[in-house]
Ligand binder design. Structure first.
Ligand code: ARG
Length: 579
């Protein structure tokens, strides 16, 4: 749609013979923020005022005069200081909708220029339960993957699991000391408890912390006893995480798991490359990269440690090697990382190191999608009663339980199994939408009532619109597929809905390039559902005298359902047919 409008405006600009248009001029046209002014708004007159030495509004009027000749618009108006508002013609809208109504992708094409993108997400830590913070990384990361795949990119998922640091020396040392055997059927919660105990000991006993450090070295150097225990921890965690991914309906598979340890082998090669380029410096026995522009509190140059003086590697080393692998072996040109906002400095340093090592050039894009914390209703950190972090498992189970209760109330006659299936999609969808609906960098407050509410910005609200459309088709005894009829737009509610439906493509394209803007898709779907509810309220179907009009409205509803479904699935939310 945006493309079409741009062409139209381009033509109008060319028709204004004496207009000066700079070479790299970009025609900005956007959906109008206030529908009463028009459907779209362009700022070309504001953009062109300066090169033409002319008042923006005068220029706007001039361009508007030529735009008025286009059959596309019923109304072209201007507003201070130089906006041009465009209202689309109903016939034009109908044609556009009809061209899309049979296509499950709604006419949205894959991009011509695609690239290889690595999305690093979820990335929990072995031997610990996933917690609420991992919900964010997993859910946002998964939506990023889905959107990029939708546009045809080659997307490689990487679950950069923490499995290699000091904490493993600590835990393994503790397990050995207490003579605890890690069996395959052990609950992950046990590991969590041992982990806590080991951590306490580590903080209190010098002797123990010393042994724990030596244990990491042993582990990293391949000591069989340490490796065997470590291997068990990994297997247990893998099973636990994978179960959560299935429950959460995310795309992550076992083969996407690439732990920090997996990059150990690559380290010598990475170091060799950095040495060859003269990028490594010895600093108190450690090998480090000094990064331009990074200083500590005392204004001293801040190094990134690649290899510690005792020969062991750190979190940053694995990230460096992982990036090396992604750039040189996977040939990725876009690297996206999902991690807590508190890791901003780490990623800034990593990206600087990648530039300084000449591993990346102009064709590469490095992005850290930073996210804030999940807070409780009162704005305080969201914790269990005893003050611990909330295990993700508990949250997922609770969401399903609450949603299933809603389904049972609404559809008591449905088989229990079906109620549970719907409850699962509704509950998980609600969690995901709540996580995605705000700009990710912001903290958000978690409140069960508001995330499962039928009113307001929730997944349930979207599901409800989708369910309504299914119910319409059930009522009319119609199979669930597009009808063989055309849509014709007449009423203001139909018009508003049509404009909204046609805006999806432009929005998705814009999010594709600004991938942290997924919240805009949430907002779009919410508004689309609102427009649909309004249409449903003001535009009766069954009482219409003419069958063709009935069918037109049913088809418009069907297209709304498809659009909702496309958008929801991109967010990882499964639409449901009844509730
Ligand atoms: N394991 C880390 C954590 O739980 C997140 C890792 C993020 N990804 C990365 N490549 N550093 O905080």
């Amino acid at each position: 749609m945006i493309n079409l409008l741009q062409q139209c405006i381009q033509k109008a600009m060319t028709d204004c013979t004496d207009l000066i248009v700079p070479n790299d001029f970009e025609i900005i046209v956007q959906p109008s923020s206030r529908d009463r002014l028009g459907d779209y708004q362009t700022t070309v007159a504001l953009q062109l005022a300066k090169p033409n030495r002319c008042k923006p509004l005068v220029l706007a009027d001039k361009i508007a005069q030529t735009l008025k000749k286009e059959a596309l618009f019923t109304k072209v108006s201007t507003a201070m200081p130089g906006f041009i508002n465009l209202t689309l013609e109903n016939n034009f809208l109908s044609t556009q909708l009809n061209a899309r109504s049979h296509d499950p992708r709604l006419g949205i094409k894959k991009l011509l220029r695609t690239e290889t993108v690595v999305v690093d997400y979820s990335s929990p830590n072995v031997a610990k339960e996933m917690h609420i913070g991992h919900l964010r990384s997993t859910v946002i990361g998964d939506a990023v993957v889905r959107l990029l795949e939708f546009f045809g990119h080659r997307v490689i998922r990487r679950n950069h699991v923490g499995d290699w640091g000091t904490q493993f020396g600590m835990l393994i040392e503790y397990l050995l000391e207490k003579d605890i055997t890690v069996t395959d059927d052990l609950a992950i919660a046990h590991l969590n408890a041992w982990y806590q105990a080991a951590k306490q000991k580590f903080d209190r006993s010098l002797d123990f912390s010393d042994r724990a450090r030596k244990r990491v070295q042993k582990l990293q150097q391949g000591d069989p006893t340490s490796r065997a225990i470590w291997q068990r921890l990994v297997v247990l965690s893998k099973k636990n995480f994978q179960d959560i991914y299935i429950q959460l309906d995310v795309l992550l598979k076992a083969e996407d798991w690439k732990g920090e340890s997996d990059y150990q082998e690559l380290m010598p090669q990475v170091i060799k490359d950095l040495e060859k380029k003269n990028k490594l410096t010895y600093d108190q026995g450690a090998q480090v990269i000094f990064l331009d522009g990074f200083v500590d509190r005392d204004k001293k140059n801040l190094p990134m440690i690649v290899k510690k003086s005792d020969g062991s590697y750190l979190y940053a080393s694995s990230d460096l090697a992982a990036a090396y692998d992604r750039i040189h072996h996977l040939h990725a040109t876009r690297l996206i990382y999902l991690a807590d906002a508190r890791q901003q400095q780490h990623f800034n340093m990593l990206f600087a190191a990648l530039h300084q090592s000449d591993w990346v050039s102009d064709i590469h894009r490095l992005e850290h999608i930073a996210f804030g914390s999940v807070l409780a209703k009162d704005g305080k950190p969201f914790k269990t009663r005893s003050g611990g972090t909330i295990p993700l498992q508990t949250l997922l189970d609770e969401a399903e339980k609450r949603a299933t209760r809603i389904v049972q109330e609404k559809t008591p006659d449905l088989a229990q199994k079906e109620q549970q299936r719907l409850g699962h999609h509704l509950g998980i969808g609600a969690l995901k939408y709540a996580d995605l609906r705000n700009d990710s960098i912001r903290d958000y407050r978690f409140d069960w009532d508001s995330i499962l509410s039928l009113e307001g910005k929730t997944a349930v609200y979207l599901q409800n619109a989708y369910v309504r459309i299914h119910a319409l088709f059930r009522k009319g005894n119609l199979p669930w597929k597009p009808l063989q009829v055309g849509i014709s737009i007449h009423s203001p509610e139909e018009h508003a809905l049509a404009v909204k439906l046609l805006a999806l493509e432009g929005l998705l394209l814009s999010i594709e390039s600004q991938i942290s803007h997924l919240y805009r898709l949430c907002h779009y779907l919410y508004e689309l559902a609102q427009h649909f509810h309004k249409f449903y309220e003001y535009c009766p179907i069954w009482s219409l005298a003419e069958e063709s009009q009935q069918y037109s409205r049913l088809q418009l509803s069907y297209l709304t359902a498809t659009t909702l479904a496309v958008g929801m699935k991109l967010l990882g939310i499964q639409p449901i047919e009844r509730m």
